[in-house]
Each structure stands twice: as C-alpha cells, then as structure tokens.
Write a protein that binds this ligand. Structure first.
Ligand SMILES: Cc1ncc(COP(=O)(O)O)c(C=O)c1O
Length: 451
C-alpha cells in the first residue's frame, strides 16, 4: 500500500474523501503525468485518459489563480511541436516564453539530464559539485564575466544582482554612512515579480497591489540618454538595470548610443551597469549575448530562461571587482546550481555557443523578419515588424488577443507583449525555415481576426 500524499486513495484522508471526486470513482486510474521518456519520443502521443476539459476544471479548483491560461493542456513535445492531451499538434513559437531554445525533447539534453539524474541530483551548496563548476567555467570563458552566482530563475538572478550592487557600493565606500543605494530602471522593462525585482519592473499595476516595494527606484524613458546621465551623475545610484532588448515590454531594442552612454556615466560615477539578458540572452538574437551587437559590456549580467533548456535556473555573471565585495553568507540558495540543472545547462550552452548554431539563428531570424514584413506588412493593422534574430515583435494598432486565439485554433502558438498590442515570436532556436514559412502563412491567414 502506498502512503504517498499524492495517492488517489490517500490513507491520511477521512474515508469519505479518500477517493477524490475528479478521479471518476474507485478503480478508475487517472494519470496527470504523460511526459515519460517513451511518450516524449513518440509523436504524436497516445490519447490520454483525462480530457483537457477535466484538467482545466480541476486546475480552476486547486491552483491559485495567478495565471490567465490559454485553454489547452499539453502532454508532450518534440522539436518545435507540442501535442495536447487530445493528440492535437501545435507549432510552438513561444518556447515556454523563450525557454526551450533546443525545442522539446532534444536528445543531448535528455542524455545530460538522465545521466545526471542517475548519478547525483542534489547535495546543496554546502558541497562542491563538478557540473556547477564546469558550467561556471564555460559561462566565464564565453563572456565578459569573471565569476558566476547561480539562482533558480530570472527574478532571483535580478534579486541577487540588486544585493550585489548594494554590497558593492558599501564595499567601495567604507567610510560613508550612506553609500549609493538607489537604482535606475526604464519604461517597458520587466525584471521579475519578487519585492526587489518587482520594484525595478515598470508596469505600475504589477507593483501597486503590493506596495510598498523596495524604495529608491527611478523609472526613466528607455533610451533617454540625458535623463539617465544626469541621474547617474547625482552620485546616489548603486546600479542601472537595463534589458539590451526588451522582451515583455514589446520587443524594443536599445540603441548603441544609449547603452554606451549608460556605460560611460556609470564608469564616471562608480555605479554598476546591469544587463538583464534573461529573455534576450543566450543565442536568441543570433549573438550569444545580446550586448555583443552593441559592443558595450556590463558589470553584471543576469540570465535564466533557456539556460537549462526548461529546468529552472538563473545565473548572475559578474566582474571580479563586483565579486570582491561579496562575502560568505551575503546570498545563497538551497537548490541553485545543483548538479542536475547544471548538467542540463552544459548541454544547452555547448550547443548554443557553437558559432555555426548562432549563425543559423541570425540567418533564420533575418529570413523570418523578411517573410513577415512581406506577408503581413501591408495589412492596415500591422504597424511594425521588429527584433533581432529569433526575438521578433509585430506591433499592431489593435489588441493582439484575437490573432493569438485564431492562431491557436489553427495550430500555431504565439505570445503577446507590450500593452497587449504586440505579437511576440520567440520560437525554439532550432526551428527550420520550413516551419517559419508555415508560421508566417498561418499568421497571414489569421490576420482577418483583427478586423
Ligand atoms: C527580462 C526578464 N527579466 C526577468 C524575468 C523574470 O524571469 P523568471 O520568470 O524566470 O523569474 C523575465 C521573465 O519574463 C524577463 O523577461
């Protein structure tokens, strides 16, 4: 007899509640988990026991309602395709919000995860492990950074960067009661949803219900060189947080002048420059780092989303001057940088950082942008097609939701961004030109949904 709390006949529950109502009664076997390795490799998958309606109804009852979910229940994926529990196939241009860079079920990634799971999954950061140090060595060798701190998400990476910036300023101003402690952030930015990262996130309605968030953040217009320079010169700025290409905000790219001016002003004032490349980094632009296109380098860079190919990870890359200010106990995490997730990340990074892989992302991105401009550009609702590599935004003069729904019904998954008027396309980086052509065709076919 199993004593698992997840058992359908949990012996710890009163008799009347032992068989959950959604199980369909005693004796019926219900399976939420269809992502076994075998299912993953077989496409399309077998029809599941539960219908999507069953799952959606159960979700509404037992999951805290923080997400506006799309009405589809996925059970497996292969490459750039996802399959729902009814066996319906979708072309995925969302990558789990810019996460699944290698698509779904990449064989090298599966090998790295299964080998490591068979060997060692977790020991905590009290001990050394080989995958953590190997991943850090690789990140350092292919970036501006000297050292790495691992976290479990992009938000946590930014949270760590906030602390590191404050600590750096304290370390650099040992005789001052009040070393620089404020932050600059920009319009349309997104840095996360915990109290520090949330304080840096521009959307007011994300912050308002949770006030007071961390004080001392000034939001400036993204691209406003003069305002940023003047505020940095004021001398109380610990760090400036900026996305070289804004993702959630609507796919807006910084100009070279803007990033260079931030760099110069930070250098002159002793402020740190933090690039949040959680969404735009790690190959998405066709460069390993989005900032390479600008030839401007930060003191700290935060990463997450695609790094471990779908497992939770974040990373804070820092120069030695920042690392020097950080001591034992200044920050930490039980799970972060564990051997399983780091071995997965090594498999991802080794593939993504290959120059021929990056070149293919760049050329596919150019091809797709051209295709989209040709096919969609003449539609009166399409204001602009923009982006770099495979992070692409289509700005509309109306909300994008009807187009997203129509595409879903035609088997194409896309995202929105900005104020809901931007279609965001962040496909797996392994997507083929043929799949991109198909996506462009579906988008074209679905455009009348906007009328
Ligand atoms: C630029 C940027 N920073 C931070 C985050 C937060 O990352 P996470 O959702 O992994 O906490 C996101 C998430 O979308 C992001 O796009």
């Amino acid at each position: 007899m199993t004593t698992s709390h997840f058992s359908l006949t949990n012996p710890f529950l009163p008799a009347a509640r032992r068989t959950p109502p959604w199980s369909g009664g005693a004796g019926r076997r219900v399976c939420f988990c269809t992502n076994s390795l075998e299912t993953h490799q077989a496409a399309p998958p077998k029809k599941d026991v539960l219908t999507s309606k069953d799952v959606m109804e159960a979700d509404k009852k037992v999951i805290v309602g923080t997400y506006a979910r799309t009405p589809v229940v996925f059970s497996s994926g292969k490459g750039c395709k996802l399959f729902d529990v009814e066996g319906q196939e979708y072309l995925d241009l969302t990558s789990g919000i810019a996460v699944n860079a290698l698509g779904h079920g990449d064989p090298d990634w599966i090998r790295a995860v299964t080998q490591q799971a068979n060997t060692l999954t977790h020991v905590s950061n009290i001990f050394y492990t080989v995958p953590q140090v190997e991943l850090a060595k690789r990140l350092v060798s292919c970036s501006f950074a000297d050292r790495v701190f691992f976290s479990n998400s992009g938000t946590e990476a930014n949270e760590a960067a906030i602390k590191f910036a404050r600590k750096f300023q304290r370390f650099s101003h040992p005789d001052e009661m009040h070393p620089p402690s404020d932050f600059i952030s920009f319009s349309n930015c997104f840095h996360g949803r915990t109290m520090g990262a949330l304080a840096l996130t521009s959307k007011e309605h994300y912050r308002t219900p949770f006030q007071p968030v961390m004080p001392g953040v000034t939001f400036l217009e993204y691209g406003d060189i003069q305002a940023a320079t003047e505020l940095i010169q004021s001398g109380n700025i610990a760090a400036v947080f900026v996305e070289p290409i804004q993702g959630e905000g609507g796919i807006y790219s910084a100009t070279k002048d803007f990033l260079q001016s931030l760099r110069d002003a930070c250098d002159a004032a002793g402020s740190l420059l933090v690039f949040d490349e959680v969404q735009c980094g790690l190959g998405r632009t066709g460069y390993l780092w989005a900032h390479e296109d600008y030839n401007v380098f930060p003191d700290i860079m935060t990463l997450a989303k695609p790094l471990a190919g779908g497992l939770p990870i974040g990373a804070v890359l820092v120069t030695e001057k920042v690392a020097e200010a950080i001591n034992y106990g200044d920050h930490g995490s039980t799970f972060a940088g564990g051997p399983l997730v780091c071995n997965a990340a090594i498999a991802v990074l080794d593939k993504i950082s290959d120059p021929s892989f990056l070149a293919s992302v760049a050329s596919k991105g150019q091809y797709f942008m051209k295709l989209l401009s040709q096919k969609l550009g003449s539609n009166s609702h399409v204001k602009e097609v923009r982006g770099l590599g495979l992070i692409i935004g289509i700005e509309l003069d109306v909300p994008a939701a009807p187009l997203v729904d129509a595409c879903l019904n035609s088997g194409l998954l896309i995202l929105t961004a900005g104020k809901g008027n931007v279609v965001r396309l962040v496909p797996p980086l392994i997507i083929s030109e043929k799949e991109l052509e198909h996506a462009a065709e579906v988008l074209l076919k679905c455009l009348p949904a906007l009328d």
